[in-house]
Design a protein around this ligand. Sequence first.
Ligand code: IPM
Ligand code: MN
Length: 360
Amino acid sequence: MNYKIGVIKGDGIGPEIVTEAMKVLDKVAETYHHKFNYTQLLMGGCSIDANGVPLTEETIQACKDSDAVLMGSIGGNTTTSPWYKLPANLRPEAGLLKLRKSLGLFANLRPCVLYPELRQACTLREDISIQGFDMLIMRELTGGLYFGERRTEEVDGVMTAVDTLSYNENEIRRIAVKAFEVAMKRRKKVTSVDKANVLDSSRLWRKVVEDVAKEYPEVTLEHALVDSTAMQIVKNPAHFDVMVTENMFGDILSDEAAMVTGSLGMLPSASLNETKFGLYEPSGGSAPDIAGKNIANPIAAILSGAMLLRYSLDLQEEADAVEHAVQKVLQEGFRTGDIMSDGCKQVSCSEMGSLIAERI
Ligand code: IPM
Ligand code: MN
């Protein structure tokens, strides 16, 4: 089959890791007789440099014209990069938020799995890491604090900044439904994370999630507060199956959960709308400090490619092949610097991509 894939390499390590993900996708195409037609698109800092804005209408349209979009990462060093001298709505991150909103990508799936081979890279105590874990964070991606009204102004001579956290019941319901649907295909447990002891938006969140749960009697639902969840992730990560939460809580908890898998460089993500279309990107950032050195870990980008095959192109066997190839190189002891441990063989970003592609 022929597929159209939009490619946003982005900034920092983005171009390096996406190049490796494409290397692996090309091997999939060759092995399984598909054709992937890539369209390279600009977004983030590179788009600011080329077009003066982080996201153009052409990029949005080209994404809409694709079956799926593969993305690297965007943004730079927030204290030194000239991009951060621009007004907030013209900075790299504003491009990503606008793209998510324009494409209606409300559901962000971030699977956090501790591979047995990476137990040594896990930052948790051995008695905890030995139990392993496999959780899926379902982050709401187009609402909440990141999309509410915001302003900075002087009030009675005092500089004051306001951000708004707002959710309506429909926004909560659709993400809750996604969470219960994937839980049915997993261990049938949903933890809904909120701050209902303080926030109105969380109290509505809880109520709507409870309503949705009635449609899924086989799934066990529990509610947890976000602060306590942050603690549970390092205390007993095996407790979680599917975690569903609002935009900012999910942003924060997914970095934490990713880190306990060994490295942020291991965590892929899929951002989906109501259709099969999706945007696939590592959960980690652009890591400007290591950009251009060929030392970044491309596994999150490669696994994002696997999610693209699975969710947008319905190519399950091909997606399995990519995931198995990743596991195989880890079993064989190959590691990038971020997940390196004693007795393993350290490889570069491009070597890691080639090793995985060879195992498809
Ligand atoms: C992420 C990133 C983004 C977010 C930034 C770059 C806007 O941190 O995908 O987690 O906060 O969503
Ligand atoms: Mn983040």
